[in-house]
Write a protein that binds this ligand. Structure first.
Ligand SMILES: *Cc1c(COP(=O)(O)O)cnc(C)c1O
Length: 351
């Protein structure tokens, strides 16, 4: 029956970081250091638990279609912007592409970067145009502008997954001023950077900022994303979105997580302190990071080899070999809890 399947779904899909975990378990490790998926190593805020539990009691009803309470909470936390919500930022990305991309439309992507922009673009029949970063992984704004000329959407991730570095807001401004299509700024890791890009949305009607509760807010398993969008785009987004994409329990948990600012601050402080230690103590070149992970150059080893060797020692990290335009000699390591990070430092010392 394979002939029925669309070409874009016959090859490989999204790469999950599960292989290394299976190796670690097969090697008999009871407790594995899970540093492969940039998750928060700590459980969600007790406020998120409380709100989610409460919401379960009305789970027989469909959720509020506009997610009014969550949107209000986002306005309270971030200011008077237009917000949309979805099932993870991945759900937001998919809806934005669905809203704007017709068969044959072009989508520019600043690479190396997160793979889902490409997967979702191809699924919609769009044509991908990769725009490589500079050799040090910084962004050349004028090159992005030049190469986004015919693109309806340009995706730029800051801080970037997997390189970890953030792009200065000035460069984002320059791009928004010059391009004719939309800029989707992926801010999945922005809480760890100390940069606030949101005010730019007031100035540019072609800028969308994607955010997630999966990283700093510790709700990856509940799949909550949101975006700060120009006012004209909000109704467009709603028309393109799957009805009731975000469930009521997850939305309630997100409101609890949003209210617990101390919880977020603690994880950000933890990450910042460990990021510094990683940069100092890892015996390989570590790229400067503004996120909750670091990219490490393990040459002359291959990333895949390092991942397998570490997995056998009970430490799961991610090979960056699957990121196009990056090279095969990097691993991406999330900042975990104290025990996990110590385990990584211990094992990486003897690679
Ligand atoms: C984790 C991640 C996301 C996806 O977040 P979800 O809200 O869990 O779908 C989006 N973009 C980047 C760059 C990420 O690393």
């Amino acid at each position: 029956m394979q002939h029925l399947v669309r070409g874009c779904f016959r090859g490989e899909g999204y790469r999950f970081a599960t292989g290394a975990f299976d190796i670690a378990r097969a090697c008999g490790w009871e407790r594995v250091a899970r540093l492969g998926s940039n998750e928060n190593p700590y459980p969600p805020s007790p406020l998120a638990f409380a709100r989610a539990t409460e919401a379960l009691a009305s789970a027989n009803r469909y959720p509020d279609e506009r997610m009014g309470s969550l949107v209000e909470a986002l306005e309270g936390a971030f200011g008077d912007y237009a917000f949309v919500t979805g099932a993870g930022m991945d759900g937001i990305i998919e809806t934005v592409i669905r809203a704007l991309i017709d068969h044959g439309d072009r989508v520019a992507i600043s690479t190396p970067t997160f793979s889902f922009y490409g997967i979702a673009t191809r699924a919609q029949g769009g044509i991908l145009h990769p725009v490589p970063r500079n050799a040090d992984f910084t962004i050349d704004g004028s090159r992005i502008v030049e190469e986004s000329r015919d693109a309806k959407i340009t995706f730029l991730c800051t801080p970037n997954n997997p390189t970890g570095n953030a792009t200065p807001p000035g460069v984002i401004e320059e791009i928004c001023e010059e391009i004719e299509g939309m800029l989707f700024l992926d801010n999945a890791y922005v809480e760890f950077s100390g940069i606030d890009y949101m005010p730019l949305v007031r100035r540019f009607d072609n800028l969308i900022i994607g955010r997630t509760f999966s990283k700093a807010y510790a709700l990856a398993g509940l799949r909550v994303g949101f975006a700060c969008v120009p006012a004209w785009f909000e109704p467009v987004f709603r028309r393109a979105q799957t009805p009731f994409a975000l469930n009521a329990v997850s939305a309630a948990a997100a409101m609890g997580a949003l209210a617990d600012t101390d919880h977020v601050r603690r994880i950000v402080d933890h990450v910042t302190a460990w990021r510094k230690r990683f940069a100092e103590e890892i015996p390989f070149p570590v790229l400067p990071s503004d996120a909750n992970f670091v990219l490490i150059d393990v040459a002359p080893m291959k990333g895949d080899e390092a991942v397998e060797a570490l997995a056998r020692r009970g430490v799961v990290v991610r090979s960056a070999a699957g990121f196009p335009q990056l090279g095969d000699h990097y691993i991406r390591v999330s900042i975990g809890d104290d025990w996990e990070n110590e385990r990584f430092l211990q094992e990486t010392g003897s690679l």
